[in-house]
Ligand binder design. Structure first.
Ligand SMILES: Cc1cc2nc3c(=O)[nH]c(=O)nc-3n(C[C@H](O)[C@H](O)[C@H](O)COP(=O)(O)OP(=O)(O)OC[C@H]3O[C@@H](n4cnc5c(N)ncnc54)[C@H](O)[C@@H]3O)c2cc1C
Length: 420
């Protein structure tokens, strides 16, 4: 009889989850766990907590939803906190289990976690499953993928690749190793109260995606995606995608179903195009790995010097540039920011304030409920001109941005009247 652990990471769902499916088919007893890694509760080198309350709330809601789904299948979810090595070592001591299944995350810290577990004797099976396109379906090896997004996209379109098919939802889960195991291991987790427009969990994700297509918002997506205020100007799929409450393949499948029903249009194409950016930043990690985390990124020049005073002005929304300050305050208040405003505040920090892009990226990591290591790192590098942008960086003109995207100042008034 085999007993295994299923370690949920950024894949908090039963739908289209190949790693979980494999664990369910391979083990006689399965312990589903989530580890609140101690490191995520620590401070960044720039002196602020690595994870904000908004992120904690969204995560906790997502875990509650996952727990309910697992219970429906006769299983459960054990949440554990602490140093992840100790957490797993304790489980091994008490249960004698050394087989772990999980999703593969191709970012340095997450890769180190898996190799550290292997070093202390665990057998870890990690499966890549967070992209819309399966890497095996691509017309190139990831290590040789085109650096420039347009060339990457063109090669994919030439092969008529749209997405890889999602697999069936897990409907049968092996029993827990022993009765009473959940209460004996569970560590108390303080659940903060949510007050956001976004509620975590696969159930909410499905409802949100369903209404987005039902209301046919995608038809106008290309025209509205650069707006700044409201829920409908863009899909808002990102928070659920980031924690894996929904899978990119299943969203792409729903987009294809929509096109079959109503016909393809500029909006449907552009939503796919943006989801492809998400894949692109993921795949770049296979090619460049830790180089994407250096101060100079893929470029030759180190990042700007860090300046504490300027950074505090930026993160508190007190730079004096009203569009930027409004954006930073929206981020602080909600844990979300439109793509356009992310570009604007990032550009201002890097080019106008001459700030260290890594501190900006860390601030986003701390605040964004849709924080995604690949997309955050990739976009910050791109704007800083240290990634794969053929134009070598994206300095934005603030007056032009305000004129184009907030001509009546409604966005600025909305958020500048808020206390951070
Ligand atoms: C500096 C900076 C940091 C960012 N950090 C993150 C992050 O941590 N997590 C994150 O998910 N996105 C990040 N983005 C990308 C983008 O801003 C968000 O994905 C998008 O705003 C989320 O809103 P939406 O779901 O309504 O997007 P939509 O416009 O509806 O797009 C649909 C989906 O496509 C993907 N997507 C769209 N734009 C991008 C992009 N530029 N790069 C990668 N994927 C994209 C997302 O998965 C998104 O949910 C960042 C962008 C910038 C400029």
């Amino acid at each position: 009889m085999t007993t295994a652990i299923y370690w949920f990471r950024n894949d908090l769902r039963l739908e289209d989850n190949p790693a979980l499916m494999l664990a369910c088919k391979s083990a006689d007893y399965l312990l589903p766990i989530y580890v609140h890694d101690k490191r995520l509760g620590e401070e960044t080198p720039w002196g602020f907590p690595r994870t904000s309350e908004h992120r904690k709330v969204f995560l906790q809601e997502s875990l509650e939803d996952l727990r309910a789904q697992l219970r429906n299948l006769g299983s459960d979810l054990v949440e554990l906190s602490g140093d992840f090595r100790e957490v797993f070592s304790n489980l091994r001591t008490q249960l004698g289990v050394s087989q772990i299944y999980c999703e593969q995350i191709e970012a340095p810290e997450e890769l180190q976690q898996v190799s550290a577990l292997r070093d202390i004797g665990f057998e870890v099976q990690s499966i890549w499953q967070s992209s819309m396109l399966d890497p095996k379906s691509l017309p190139f090896q990831l290590e040789q993928m085109p650096d420039v997004f347009t060339q990457f996209r063109q090669q994919i379109e030439k092969q008529k690749l749209r997405f890889s098919n999602p697999i069936d939802t897990v409907s049968v889960i092996p029993p827990l190793p022993t009765d009473g195991i959940v209460s004996s291991f569970q560590t108390e987790v303080d659940i903060p109260l949510g007050n956001s427009s976004f509620m975590g969990g696969a159930t909410k994700a499905q409802a949100h995606i369903f209404q987005y297509f039902e209301r046919r918002l995608v038809d106008t997506y290309k025209l509205s995606r650069n707006q700044l205020l409201g829920m409908d100007y863009s899909s808002k799929f990102s928070p659920w995608l980031a924690l894996g409450c929904s899978s990119a393949k299943s969203i792409a499948q729903q987009l294809a179903d929509y096109e079959n029903r109503y016909g393809a249009n500029d909006g449907t194409y552009w939503l796919w195009f943006e989801l492809l950016w998400r894949d692109y930043f993921r795949f770049l990690h296979f090619k460049y790995g830790t180089r994407l985390y250096q101060s100079k990124g893929l470029g030759a020049k180190e990042s700007n010097q860090f300046d504490d005073v300027k950074f505090n002005q930026w993160i508190s929304g007190n730079t004096g540039a009203s569009l930027v300050d409004a954006g930073i305050r929206e981020l602080g208040k909600t844990g979300f920011l439109s793509n356009r405003m992310r570009q604007i505040v990032a550009s201002y920090w890097i080019y106008d304030m001459r700030g260290d892009w890594r501190a900006g990226a860390a601030w986003f990591e701390s605040r964004l409920i849709d924080y995604d290591v690949y997309s955050n790192q990739g976009n910050w590098l791109y704007i800083a001109g240290k990634g794969t942008d053929p134009r070598g960086g994206r300095p934005f003109n603030m007056d032009k941005q305000a004129k184009d995207h907030d001509p009546d100042g409604v966005y600025q008034r909305t958020w500048l009247s808020q206390i951070k």
